[in-house]
Each structure stands twice: as structure tokens, then as C-alpha cells.
Design a protein around this ligand. Structure first.
Ligand SMILES: Cc1ncc(COP(=O)(O)O)c(C=O)c1O
Length: 378
């Protein structure tokens, strides 16, 4: 028996429509969150026309599936061959960078192209986010001026981008980053054509219930409007998690119980990387007919490989009677979970079934949101 992935196309469609209709700018799907071709197609069908790609494999994937889509190569450190192929063969014109070296690389690889949109990535804080992206990428404040100036000379359109870290738990994360953007624009005194607020839009997990997404959109819109270039610049975002977290869940089988530890048939090397390595908690339900009425207790999980690391501390709340042979649904695995699955130890193959019921948690159910927050006022 293999784990089964439950796919909920309607949930991703609803998330995409939400971003397309309510984000006060362009929503660019970050393919790394879930590169499933079916998902990419359905996002396109729901109005997402731009895709943030991080590698040449993602460039090839999206350009094969959706030749009409616009691709934005937003990894700040790219292979020179990847830039050349993306530019020459796949029509990519948008690239991000955070160093002079990368700027030179892009110019070399594209033969000093004059039709590029170059987005300079600023280093911003990840303090409000559950997963930091603050150390690896982003130009430091004291180097931003020179890089913006050089990129302005080379670019047809100049952008500024950042990433506040994944699963940003408050809209303040964006307000603070936009403050950095304002300082960078004023310091460099350059015209900027694009402000790209990156990803970081949250989903809902146990112990990590964020405010409504509309508040994030309002905060970003207000901060954008306050920038000296807002009258002529475009506003972009690169949501990954928020567009696909609700898209899939996983049904696993309990193979053994040892006290409050459940040995299940997926784990750290499967779709539960985040549960194992960063202690992320996911919603769980025991699938029994009739439903168990036993009270919930806290379990931890072991995955199927022979490795002690294949352990997920949780806690995962399940009825006290849960035992070997039971099936458990683990929710909200559409973002990153499926994308990081490996075949280690011979595990990792999954069946996929399309279902139409609601995901365990949703951020997109209008009935659950305060009415006053439902609209972004433009
Ligand atoms: C450049 C870039 N954009 C967008 C994303 C998507 O972020 P999230 O899934 O937090 O929305 C990432 C994630 O790592 C990223 O590196």
C-alpha cells in the first residue's frame, strides 16, 4: 500500500481567482512551490499568465506546457548557460539579480540585450516569517545604490524585488520591506518600473493561523502608492505557497503504533520534509467510518525509511484509539510537500486521486472572513 495524494483542483482554482481578482497588481506563480503540470495548467486557465521560474528545468517545463506564458527567471544566482537558453530559446526577458557579477553574467549571456527587465533583489528581514530567506540572497543596503544604478543603465525596464521569507505571519513584513524599497529608490535616484513584493503570502496550518490575505493586499497597496514611482510603476507579487497549499493532501497508512508514536508510510524523504526538518505542523484527520469519538491525544510520526531523522515531532492530534491499519489524511501539502518528495529507500511512489471535497483548512472561504476585509480598495 502506497500513500495516496488527494488533489483538489477547485481549491487551487479558487486561490488563483482570489489573487487575480484581489491582489492590486500582477500575480506571478512561483513554480518551485509545486511544479505539477496539471496545477500549472489550471492556474493558467484561472487567469495566472506569469510564472516565476528558478531553474532551466522550470523554464523548459512551463514554456513547453504554456508557450504563451510570460516567464520571469527570479533566482538571483543563475547558470550562464541557463540564462542564454532562457533568453534565446524560451523568450525570457525578466531576470533578477543581487550582484554586479550576476548583472555582468546576464549581459554576457544575452549578448548585451536591450530588451531586458532586470529586477534587483534587496535583502530584507525575514523576522515575521516562519521560513527565513534573509541570509542567502539580496543586495545589502550599502551596495544597493551602485547595483541599481548599473542595472538601470543596462535594463530596458528596472525592477526592485524582495522576499520577506515564506509564511509571513503579518502584513507588517511587507510594510517594512517597502520601507527599504523607498530608501533604495531615494538613495539611488533612479526611475523604477516594477516593484515586485515576492512570495511569503501565508496559508493556514495548526498554530500558524494568519490574518486574512486581504489585509496583506491592503498593506502592500498602501505602501506601493506611497512610493515616489507608483504613478508609473507596475506592482508584482510571486505567490507560491498561498496558491497551492490547499491543492493537495496525503492519505497515509499507520503501519505500527508504539505508545504515542505512529509509524506511517510517508515521511521526511516524502511529502513531509517540512514536518521533519523544520517541525512544521499539518492538520490531520483519522479516516474511519463511523468517525471515532475517542478524545484526541498528541502523536508524533516516524516515516518509512530506516533513518532516525525520518521523524516528525508534531504534535499531531488524533483520536487516542488510532492504531496500525488506520488511514490518516494529512492536509495542506500542496505547497513544497509534493515538490520535495524523493525515492529514498524505495519509498516515495504515490497514487493520485482527484477529489471534490473541501480542503481541511481554507483561507479562501468568504464566509469565514470578516466582511469589511473582503475588498481591497483601489
Ligand atoms: C524568488 C522567490 N519568489 C517566490 C517564492 C515563493 O514563496 P512563497 O511560497 O513563500 O510564496 C520563493 C520561495 O522560495 C522565491 O524564492
Amino acid at each position: 500500500m502506497q500513500p495516496v495524494t488527494l488533489i483538489r483542483p477547485h481549491a487551487a482554482r479558487r486561490a488563483a481567482r482570489f489573487f487575480v481578482e484581489k491582489f492590486p497588481g500582477r500575480s506571478i506563480y512561483a513554480v518551485k512551490a509545486n511544479p505539477s503540470p496539471e496545477l500549472i495548467q489550471l492556474l493558467w486557465d484561472s487567469g495566472i499568465t506569469h510564472f516565476d521560474v528558478a531553474s532551466i528545468a522550470e523554464v523548459r517545463l512551463v514554456s513547453r506546457l504554456l508557450p504563451e506564458a510570460t516567464l520571469c527567471f527570479m533566482h538571483p544566482v543563475k547558470a550562464e548557460e541557463a540564462i542564454a537558453e532562457a533568453y534565446e530559446h524560451h523568450g525570457v526577458r525578466v531576470f533578477s539579480l543581487d550582484s554586479m557579477d550576476e548583472l555582468e553574467k546576464i549581459m554576457r549571456a544575452t549578448g548585451n540585450a536591450t530588451d531586458l527587465t532586470l529586477c534587483v533583489r534587496l535583502r530584507v528581514s525575514s523576522e515575521h516569517s516562519k521560513l527565513s530567506l534573509a541570509s542567502k540572497f539580496g543586495v545589502a543596503p550599502d551596495e544597493a545604490k551602485a547595483l541599481l544604478f548599473a542595472a538601470r543603465q543596462a535594463a530596458d525596464a528596472l525592477g526592485i524585488c524582495f522576499h520577506v521569507g515564506s509564511q509571513a505571519m503579518t502584513p507588517d513584513a511587507y510594510a517594512q520591506a517597502m520601507h527599504r524599497v523607498r530608501q533604495a529608490i531615494v538613495d539611488a535616484a533612479v526611475t523604477v518600473d516594477v516593484i515586485d513584493v515576492g512570495g511569503g503570502f501565508p496559508s493556514s496550518y495548526p498554530g500558524m493561523e494568519p490574518p486574512p490575505l486581504e489585509l496583506y493586499f491592503q498593506t502592500i497597496h498602501r505602501a506601493f502608492e506611497d512610493l515616489p514611482i507608483s504613478y508609473s510603476a507596475e506592482l508584482w507579487a510571486e505567490p507560491g505557497r498561498a496558491l497551492c497549499a490547499e491543492y493537495s493532501s496525503l492519505v497515509v497508512r499507520v503501519e505500527k503504533r508504539r505508545g504515542d508514536e505512529l509509524y506511517i508510510n510517508d515521511g521526511a524523504y516524502g511529502a513531509l520534509f517540512d514536518a521533519a526538518h523544520i517541525g512544521w505542523r499539518f492538520p490531520v484527520t483519522l479516516l474511519r467510518e463511523p468517525e471515532s469519538e475517542a478524545k484526541d491525544i498528541a502523536f508524533s510520526f516516524y516515516g518509512p525509511t530506516c533513518d532516525d531523522l525520518d521523524h516528525m515531532a508534531g504534535p499531531f492530534l488524533l483520536p487516542a484509539v488510532t492504531r496500525a491499519g488506520d488511514y490518516v489524511e494529512i492536509g495542506m501539502l500542496g505547497a513544497y510537500g509534493c515538490a520535495m518528495r524523493t525515492g529514498f529507500n524505495g519509498f516515495g511512489s504515490v497514487e493520485t486521486v482527484v477529489v471534490t471535497d473541501e480542503p481541511m483548512v481554507t483561507l479562501y472561504d468568504a464566509a469565514q472572513r470578516p466582511a469589511a476585509n473582503n475588498v481591497v480598495k483601489l
